[in-house]
Design a binder for this molecule. Structure first.
Ligand code: FUB
Length: 343
């Protein structure tokens, strides 16, 4: 992914204007998926490292090799590092690039869902399990059957249904699956994408099996409609889905939030149905320092929080990010107030 020009940024000034500080400073962390387990906030992020890989629009420089889990007693408390939760060498099917994970809990077992490239260079989504929310996690021998692309986010509905949302375009390879099988031919992030005037590529949603280890249905499109009820178009890059899906429920409505990637917004859309279609509503987070933006939304003690990341600690290095947290608020119609990450 390309760098935004950062020559003009005074990072001391920027950090003094930042609305929140990095939760973790001894490691670089990104893509925070937050959940409340046993009354504590657990955060499942990517662990960013610099492997010296060349920067490209497919994100080859995001070369992560392990996961750490963090937990906090409350959003202002110190984030405790629970240590290495899982390494790429402990995942039989995965070769590289442990990207944005998520977690879920069911019947005393904790599940870590994660994307990684297999030995054919194809992103798949795997599951690992633990008896503790802080790990360590043991990976299943194979990726989830028929899984593809990146950024799993698992939403638990009231009826004990667990739905996995996933997907990401460009380096996330979603565009290579448009016909139902992986299209390997062609180089670069744009090949296989729809034309600008065609409906945008959608994130996917699939219900998980009772043991949360497989899909029990074909992944379906998470359609986002505009105010006129028409699907957003691929060329509408300030609003269309790029990566980082997340779903939460507030006042009986489902909120599908996501990153717009190359325009650097976190946006959201609302629906009465977790499968959608969702109607576009607006922006949650304006652009952060760094190319990517990725978030989660969680309720803790009757307040709502946005977990996100930026590259301010690394002074703008795209693949060395830091997780952060800020309160998120709604208006009387349930619309989310847009957050500016720097005052
Ligand atoms: O961290 C690697 C990738 O960058 C994630 O999977 C994307 O969502 C973006 O944040």
């Amino acid at each position: 992914m390309p760098e935004k020009p950062i020559d003009h940024i005074d990072f001391d000034e920027l950090n003094s204007k930042a609305i929140s500080k990095p939760l973790v400073t001894h490691l670089f962390t990104a893509d925070p998926s937050a959940h409340v387990f046993d009354g504590r906030i657990y955060i499942y992020p990517s662990h960013d490292i610099d492997e010296g890989d060349a920067f490209d629009d497919l994100g080859s420089h995001f070369a992560m090799k392990d996961y750490h889990v963090f937990s906090m007693a409350h959003p202002e408390a110190e984030a405790i590092d629970h240590g290495v939760a899982m390494r790429v060498e402990d995942i039989p099917w995965a070769e590289k690039q442990l990207w944005a994970p998520d977690a879920a809990h069911k019947n005393g077992t904790y599940y870590l869902f994660f994307p990684a490239k297999d030995y054919d260079g194809i992103f798949r989504i795997g599951v690992a399990i633990s008896t503790s929310p802080g790990g360590p996690f043991t990976a299943q021998p194979q990726a989830i059957k028929n899984s593809f692309s990146i950024d799993p986010a698992v939403f638990e509905d009231e009826n004990d249904n667990y739905l996995m949302y996933f997907g990401g375009i460009w380096g996330g390879q979603l565009q290579r699956w448009r016909t139902g099988s992986f299209k390997a031919e062609g180089e670069g992030p744009f090949i296989h994408l729809p034309e600008d005037n065609e409906p945008a590529l959608c994130a996917k949603v699939a219900k998980l099996s009772n043991d949360l280890l497989e899909f029990v249905e074909e992944p379906k499109d998470v359609v986002i409609l505009d105010e006129a009820g028409m699907p957003l178009l691929q060329g509408d890059n300030e609003r269309r889905f790029f990566e980082a899906p997340w779903v939460h429920k507030y006042n009986g409505k489902y909120y599908f939030s996501y990153s717009t990637g190359d325009t650097h917004y976190i946006c959201y859309a609302m629906s009465d149905n977790p499968y959608g279609p969702f109607t576009y509503k607006g922006r949650i987070l304006n652009p952060v320092v760094g190319w990517t933006s990725h978030h989660s939304i969680v309720e803790f003690q009757n307040k709502w929080y946005l977990f996100y990341h930026d590259s301010s600690l690394s002074k703008g290095v795209t693949h060395l990010r830091s997780i952060k947290c800020i309160e998120l608020t709604y208006d009387e119609f349930g619309h989310i107030h847009t957050i500016d990450p720097y005052r």
